[in-house]
Design a protein around this ligand. Structure first.
Ligand code: SF4
Length: 623
């Protein structure tokens, strides 16, 4: 067995109350390499036909990658994969912190969970001692409260806790999982999958070390990361301000979701910029295991809202979706809304999208306060937002309607509300504007996991003359705003690359195109971790295979090309700001989609992988 991996998966069936340690052959590891691809493998291998995400047959996999546990920057993220309660298709989300390294240290490459426990439970992994334990005493508690109880019981050293909050217990379809207190596996409703399985938490304890093939090689990569950080541009900004440090440049480029995605710039955007948080609310930083970037910023406030620094501060996406997109630009207000979401276990992006939908329906007079339990709500109303978050997490009144996502909300509230429901496959897009970034418009529509901003590199890559684009075989050139074949090719190739990062569980902020590490470094980290002499060709195929697997899961769930759509608002010209007049080009749009399907070897009509492409990727077993 190659080093880097332990060769063992932990399989837990909560219905049968069984725990197994399963050895997988080296071929399995070399073909799929970890992360999302492990989770997708089990969904395809063990389920047949369409399965509801809340069915106890759903399989949730928490997986590591080859280098997880190595003290190299950005090398220790963790992927969580299951059928998504939010989209109904493949669900996949990542988080940093230390849960990935802790799983590997305990002796497992992944934890694969199926079934449903009879009563509230949590899974305790103490090296190779694994137990399903009673979680009755933490049921209904917030993330902070449950964390404190569990660490009191199991100690605070060499421990990591992944848990859903009360939102997951109530099966809010966009509830997240929180890794310890600072890291959210935000998207796709993985918290609700835990909730549907009566599983509150996964607690992992270990003081073991992970064995790698070439420790000196990994140390050299760690050094390279540290040496390149000063003067690195984006990673250096992250070190200083975290992701909020990109808010001002993005807003100045007209790329900041505002007023329910109808505008892309807010006049008070500087209130939400990283420098403002640093000046007014900063409370230090944390980092993921082994990472020198340390981009996880904490915030703290006393007035007008008390915000604890125990939970992570707002990220860029949160500042948009709980801030500018709701016309809220008070930094403490966004920090408070972020704290509430983190403490209840709600995805900040989809929560903000649901609120923006409701506020615009109220603004347009389609709904009234009678639809909101008599409560006056609207844009630029922090207290109203806090109230709404509580309603969602407790599934009360209008909150219960929103908790199932925007498709259900439109069904319940009436067709007139549909134009204001901004989502793809029931998932709210991120703060990056499809009107401004054509490759992102395409990816929002075609991504198997719904509107996702982390599945490909954004449009700047095509206009880059540097080796960072050529190194991926992107030889064409073009303006960032173009929507031609070159842009489609760039979208597809960079999607394979980012998909590869999500199998290796590498952080995009360090390993993304043009960041701290090069493509050669990527070959090196795989070799140093495992001993495998992989080429970039083999690795890119691993990324492509993962995309095809996720798409094939969707095919089985009944998705077709007709689900690859964008909300009509995104085809309307932006009214003002630096990107005034920009929109998704409705004339080029069908051609972009067809070109994308052709490049990936997917059927134009169904949008699903053709048999030949699945065979070429060694996925004939998944037909
Ligand atoms: S760059 Fe930030 S998110 Fe990525 S691994 Fe480092 S600390 Fe974690």
């Amino acid at each position: 067995m190659a080093k880097g991996f332990t060769g063992t998966l932990l399989r837990v069936d909560l219905t049968r109350n069984t725990i197994e340690k399963v050895q997988m052959p080296e071929e399995f590891y070399r073909t799929y390499m970890g992360g999302t691809a492990f989770g997708a493998y089990f969904l395809l291998k063990e389920l047949s036909g369409a399965v509801d995400a809340f069915d106890e047959k759903n399989i949730i996999t928490i997986a590591t990658g080859a280098a997880t546990g190595a003290a190299v920057s950005g090398a220790s993220r963790c992927c969580i994969t299951a059928l998504s309660p939010e989209t109904g298709g493949a669900g996949d989300t990542q988080l940093g912190g230390s849960i990935g390294p802790m799983i590997k240290r305990a002796g497992f490459d992944a934890v694969v969970i199926t079934g449903k426990a009879e009563k509230p439970s949590y899974l305790m992994v103490n090296d190779d001692a694994v137990e399903i334990m009673d979680a009755g005493h933490i049921r209904g508690k917030t993330i902070l409260e449950a964390h404190d109880v569990l660490t009191k019981e199991h100690g605070t050293k060499n421990i990591s806790i992944l848990q859903c909050g009360p939102a997951g217990e109530k099966r809010v379809r966009f509830s997240c999982l929180m890794g310890d207190l600072n890291d959210a596996a935000g998207r796709g409703g993985m918290g609700a999958v835990f909730g549907s399985k009566n599983l509150r938490a996964l607690v992992v304890k270990s003081s073991n070390m992970v064995e790698f093939a070439d420790t000196a090689g990994l140390k050299a990569l760690a050094r390279i990361g540290s040496q390149r950080l000063p003067g690195s541009g984006f990673p250096e900004t992250l070190k200083k301000y975290g992701t909020p440090g990109v808010l001002a440049p993005q807003a100045e480029g007209g790329n900041l979701a505002t007023h329910n995605f109808s505008r892309s710039w807010h006049k008070d955007y500087l209130n939400l910029h990283g420098a403002t948080y640093e000046k007014e609310l900063a409370a230090g930083s944390t980092t993921c295991f082994g990472c020198v970037v340390s981009c996880r910023k904490k915030v703290k406030a006393e007035l007008p809202w008390k915000v604890t620094d125990r939970l992570g501060g707002p990220e860029f996406e949160t500042l948009g979706l709980l801030g500018s997109n709701l016309d809220i630009t008070d930094p403490a207000a966004v920090a408070k809304a972020n704290e509430l979401c983190n403490n209840y276990g709600l995805d900040t992006i989809s929560t903000g999208g649901a609120a923006a939908f409701l506020f615009e329906c109220l603004e347009k007079g389609i709904l009234s306060k009678d639809d909101c339990n008599g409560k006056e709500l609207g844009f630029n109303d922090p207290e109203g937002l806090f109230w709404l978050i509580e309603q969602i997490v407790n599934r009360q009144g209008i909150g219960d309607t929103l908790a199932d996502g925007l498709v259900t909300a439109v069904k319940k509230l009436g067709k007139k509300t549909a134009p204001f429901a901004i989502h793809v496959k029931n998932k709210v897009p991120a703060v990056h504007m499809a009107q401004v970034k054509p490759s992102l418009a395409l990816m929002y529509a075609v991504s198997p996991i719904g509107a996702d901003h982390m599945s490909n590199e954004h449009d700047w890559l095509l206009s880059s003359q540097a080796d960072i684009s050529k190194g991926l075989g992107i030889l064409g050139n073009g303006d960032a705003s173009c929507a031609d074949l070159n842009k489609v090719r760039m979208t597809a190739y960079s999607q394979y690359y980012y998909s590869l990062l999500d199998t290796l569980c590498l952080c995009m902020f360090c390993w993304g195109c043009g960041s701290l590490f090069t493509y050669r470094d990527l070959e090196d980290i795989v070799k140093s971790a495992t001993g495998w002499d992989c080429t970039m060709f083999e690795l890119m195929k691993v990324g492509e295979r993962r995309v095809a697997m996720l798409r094939q899961i969707n095919a089985r769930q009944g998705f077709t090309a007709e689900d690859d759509t964008l909300p009509s608002r995104l085809f309307e010209k932006l009214p003002d700001g630096p990107a005034k007049g920009r929109c998704v080009d409705s004339k080029l749009w069908p051609e972009m989609k067809d070109q994308y399907y052709e490049i990936l070897g997917w059927d134009r009509k169904t949008g699903n992988p053709k048999e030949g492409r699945l065979r070429e990727l060694g996925l004939e077993w998944a037909l």
